[in-house]
Design a binder for this molecule. Structure first.
Ligand SMILES: [Zn+2]
Length: 282
């Protein structure tokens, strides 16, 4: 069993565009997150698969009915923070305020326990590991934000563990999957990498991870299922490449993946780990 996760945010909120789209202007953009998330929900329903939805508080606040739809379909609700701010750019107090705001936005929409957190752009790095303590303090049970990766400008801890482990503060960490090649961790299990690399590479990685006795952790975003989204023309060439490459293939690739492998929400896949926290009582 592998873990599938969807980071629920809109196309204009990604860090690739932060230099050209100000946070204060987000409300001026016509939202596409509702229709795109519904597209994801319908693919998952077709393939009889449930996932974890890490929802941005900003989205939950504006679209509580969408959060309710996700819950009604049996998926796990988790948080992606409120304003999609990189954690290592925040002070601990700012991060905690953002986290609390996201949790209360989700809780206003639905009354389900929230156990999981994924940082915007995997921004728990060596300089922001203090965030784990704040997550624990605020009742979160797991984090899925540390990318065991060396070569990226925005995220990654090169020597981080690749699989589920308990962090020093006692919070569980479930990293997104990488393929180990020689001394390198290659990201193949989500986002732009999932769209860029040939589909067989992702399947090969998942088979290899599973053969080692571990679940894979795959992540995607609703905007990745939307080839018709408006183009942000004044972004850098690299940002545009990362954001737009193969958007028209996400859906077919995911459908094929869901046929070949079994997926479930993180909370279920990692129940053996999470249940050790309370002696298996829930
Ligand atoms: Zn995000």
């Amino acid at each position: 069993m592998n873990a599938l996760s969807i980071d629920v945010e809109d196309y204009f909120q990604v860090h690739a565009f932060e230099k050209v789209i100000r946070r204060a202007d987000w409300d001026k953009y016509a939202p596409r997150v509702v229709q795109n998330t519904r597209r994801v929900l319908s693919i998952l329903s077709d393939c009889d698969t449930r996932a974890t939805f890490f929802i941005l508080g900003w989205i939950a606040e504006r679209f509580p009915a969408l959060v309710q739809e996700i819950v009604s379909a049996g998926h796990e609700i988790a948080t992606h923070g409120y304003a999609h701010e990189l954690i290592y750019r925040q002070t601990p107090a700012e991060f905690e305020a953002d986290l609390e705001k996201s949790l209360s936005a989700i809780q206003r929409a639905v009354s389900v326990p929230v156990w999981g957190f994924r940082a915007p752009a995997f921004s728990i790095t060596k300089q922001s590991l203090w965030a784990l303590d704040i997550l624990k303090k605020n009742g979160l049970r797991y984090d899925s934000s540390i990318f065991p990766l060396a070569a990226h400008d925005r995220y990654g801890i090169p020597d981080a563990q690749r699989f589920a482990h308990r962090t020093e503060v006692g919070l569980w960490e479930f990293p997104v999957s990488t393929l180990r090649l020689a001394r390198w961790n290659l990201p193949v299990a989500g986002g732009g990498y999932f769209r860029l690399y040939p589909a067989w590479l992702t399947r090969f990685a998942i088979r290899r991870i599973n053969a080692g006795g571990n679940p894979a952790v795959v992540y995607l975003h609703p905007w990745e299922f939307d080839p018709e989204q408006p183009r942000v023309e004044n972004a850098s060439a690299l940002s545009k490449f990362r954001h737009y490459v193969n958007l028209d293939r996400t859906e077919s690739r995911l459908r094929r993946l869901l046929k070949e492998f079994r997926f479930a929400p993180l909370r279920e896949v990692f129940a053996p780990q999470l249940n050790t926290d309370n002696g298996g009582r829930d």
